[in-house]
Design a protein around this ligand. Structure first.
Ligand SMILES: *Cc1c(COP(=O)(O)O)cnc(C)c1O
Length: 406
């Protein structure tokens, strides 16, 4: 991986026409270790957020020894960089053949589910492989309600009364019982975890079976930009959110059992930025060489305002407009698809023009992992950068500088 001190150095040296990911291993290590140090239980990195080998390797080297996985490709990606790491197979709906692979080849012993037919699938493989069910922990996934950029309870999770039945069934067979939830991604309301804990407590009280572990899932918010025209309530930073979560866990009496969290976004977002080039400026519209079918679908569907830094092309002699005027630009993606327009603008100096570059910050989560080959555009260049995104000239994209400063 080519290495540069800053993303601006990388841009001016490479003058890239294709998008370039700037990876900051030190930032990834710092954010992973900060999470691990502040969560009072096991930290299982959610591989789907960014499963690139260089990310998983850096996490393993930073001491992350547990991973939340959902598919054979993710089992293999983790095993390749961390042969002894624990894997939790927390996808509630699994193919029978994948369950077999997980139990037999990868020796995974923790799985989640939200339906009795999934218990039957798992039991079939456990019997076929002659495994003692007492070696296996099955987490019953609870449906939760709350505000997040992505809300997942419409898709997964058992209603509380159903979860009670599932726990009793699992316990009767002889499996170890766990309770889990995943409140969605990028939560927008700090009380979200508390509501889920209250529901978990209700289920635990009625199930009357020993609950061995509680998994609070992911959802911890990453720091993005903010749109000055919108009144979005500020989210507490990770330290405050974690203090609140610890208190809620204790208040609901879950501090007496082993805990698990499955953070994704909060660990990896800040470690990667993306350099894109302006292919054309048309009034207040910028056509760039990336888009929703490559690195930017998460910001599109999640309506996330991304922090952006203007990197002017020094070769351009003439500029129109006022460099001090920061204005919103509608951003059009690289493909010929008419929906490939970002749902939130980039805030940039009025003088930005064709041939300039933009560094998009905090794009490590759900970017590389969601790329497609649509229309033949597939960004795949990664360089290493030493300085964090927030260092140097302040980004113009209304990144929340206050909360980013350390
Ligand atoms: C996606 C996912 C995560 C990670 O979510 P983040 O919001 O990125 O922290 C954790 N657990 C499960 C079950 C998931 O599906």
């Amino acid at each position: 991986m080519e290495r540069f001190r800053t993303a601006v150095d990388a841009t001016l040296s490479l003058r890239p026409d294709q998008p370039v990911y700037c990876f900051r291993p030190a930032v990834l290590r710092e954010d992973a270790q900060a999470f691990k140090a502040s969560f009072p239980g096991k930290t299982a990195y959610a591989v789907k957020t960014n499963g690139e080998p260089f990310v998983l390797q850096t996490l393993a080297d930073a001491g992350i020894d547990c991973f939340d996985v959902a598919s054979p490709a993710e089992f293999a990606a983790v095993r390749a960089v961390a042969p002894t790491a624990e894997m939790l197979y927390m996808h509630p709906v699994k193919a029978q053949s994948d369950i077999r692979l997980a139990l037999e080849t990868y020796r995974i012993r923790t799985l989640s589910l939200d339906h009795e037919d999934e218990v039957a699938k798992i039991l079939r493989i456990v019997r076929a492989l002659d495994i003692d069910p007492g070696e296996i922990t099955l987490f019953v996934r609870l449906a939760t309600k709350g505000h997040a950029a992505y809300e997942l309870s419409k898709k997964f999770g058992a209603a509380p009364a159903h979860a009670v039945e599932l726990l009793q069934r699992i316990d009767r067979i002889g499996f170890r019982c766990g309770l889990c939830f995943h409140v969605g991604s990028q939560i927008e309301d700090a009380q979200t975890y508390e509501r889920a804990l209250a529901s978990a407590d209700w289920v635990r009280a009625r199930a009357g079976v020993p609950i061995r572990e509680l998994d609070v899932g992911g959802g911890f918010p990453a720091v993005y930009g903010h749109d000055p025209r919108r009144k979005t309530p500020a989210m507490p930073d990770l330290a405050d959110l974690m203090a609140e979560l610890r208190k809620d866990i204790a208040d609901w009496g879950f501090d007496t059992m082993p805990l698990v969290a499955e953070p994704g976004r909060v660990i990896v977002a800040r470690s990667i930025s993306l350099i894109v080039r302006v292919l054309l400026k048309k009034g207040r519209r910028l056509y760039i060489n990336d888009g929703i079918w490559a690195s930017l679908s998460d910001s599109w569907t999640g309506k996330i305002t991304l922090p952006a830094r203007f990197i002017p092309d020094p070769a351009r002699r003439r500029r129109v407009g006022n460099a001090g005027e920061i204005v919103p630009f509608k951003v059009c993606g690289a493909t010929c698809d008419s929906v490939d327009i970002l749902s939130r603008p980039f805030w940039l100096p009025e003088t930005v023009d064709t041939g300039d570059w933009i560094e998009i910050g905090h794009i490590g989560a759900y970017s590389l992992s969601l790329r497609t080959h649509f229309n033949g555009f597939y960004p795949d260049t990664v360089v290493e950068v030493d300085e964090p995104f927030h260092a140097g000239d302040a980004p113009q994209g209304f990144a929340s500088i206050e909360t980013m400063a350390d």
